[in-house]
Ligand binder design. Sequence first.
Ligand SMILES: *Cc1c(COP(=O)(O)O)cnc(C)c1O
Length: 359
Amino acid sequence: MISDRWMRRTVAGFQPYQVAPIHEKRVINANENYVNILDIPSVREDAEKLLSSFRPQIYPAPMADSLRESLAEYMGTAPDCILAGNGGDEMITYTMGTFLNPGDRVLIHQPTFDMYEAGAAVLGAETVKVPDLPGFHRNWEGLLEAVRQHSPKITFICSPNNPTGEAAPLSRIREIAEASEYPVVVDEAYMEFANGKSAVSLIPDHPNVIVLRTLSKAFGMAGLRCGYIVAAPEVILAVAKVKNPYNLNAFTQAMGCIALRHRREILKVRDRITAERDRFFKELETEKGIRVYPSQTNFLLMDAGASAERLFAAWRKADILVKRFSGKPELEQAFRVTITTEETDRMVLQVIREVTHSA
Ligand SMILES: *Cc1c(COP(=O)(O)O)cnc(C)c1O
């Protein structure tokens, strides 16, 4: 049997990342897009063309040159400001691998995306957490103070934040970047769903800002795995040192270009999702027995208080899978619901009413 002594010390106590088998008919737990982009005729046509000339025996372009150009055009930057990889997750791993030594500190706000703390733990770095203020508003003064006190090697700002939905004002991100002598990663996985401006505009004056993006959410490509960072060219060169030579497969590189070429069509789905999010938020806001938080993303976070357990069981019974959080005391009674269609949201609401009105 394999022994704990085989293990890298920093990971010996880890539990494997568990994704439970999904049985529910409506799956709204992972912030996936509900539209298949291959059902958009212009996208399908280009994907079929791609397949007819595709050569799987050839290694992909190491720096994903064509995709890099498409992403640069989309983000309004130069191609040498972009590095693409196998999902935003891989870009988080690479960024940490570039900058962190064992014993270094990483700064995060709490609650946020789990990958930052997990990635830091693998490398033997310590995570400093600044809890949100009541209502899940970021504690900006607390974060600034933590930057000054701990000199974190990386500060992660998730904006808009998963799972709270709150976007960070650019002025706050600028303050953090100015106070920090090390990289500040702004995770904009959900930025396409937000009204705010991207932190990419800060990069020319603040070369320690690294913006993280993905095609998994608004572009509906979670299964193809494509994420990227936008940063100063020197930062891109630094992070490229730790990447695997052929980290992004050729099919995904080409599909990324196709998705960006047809983004006007694809982002119409995003418009439907944000409109439905705002409609559903208003509806939930007046529901007694549940508290919903404003969101700039494709999901809503809600707190069900004492009804949480019964509500979760009732959704299961109604064949709806929502996201719950384990190991986060501040979210023990909370749910995160991905926004898809009005029809699904009506069913979500019906279950809420059945449970909270019978309490
Ligand atoms: C989904 C997500 C990502 C990246 O996901 P990938 O599928 O790996 O691109 C990054 N950050 C946050 C906060 C996310 O929710």
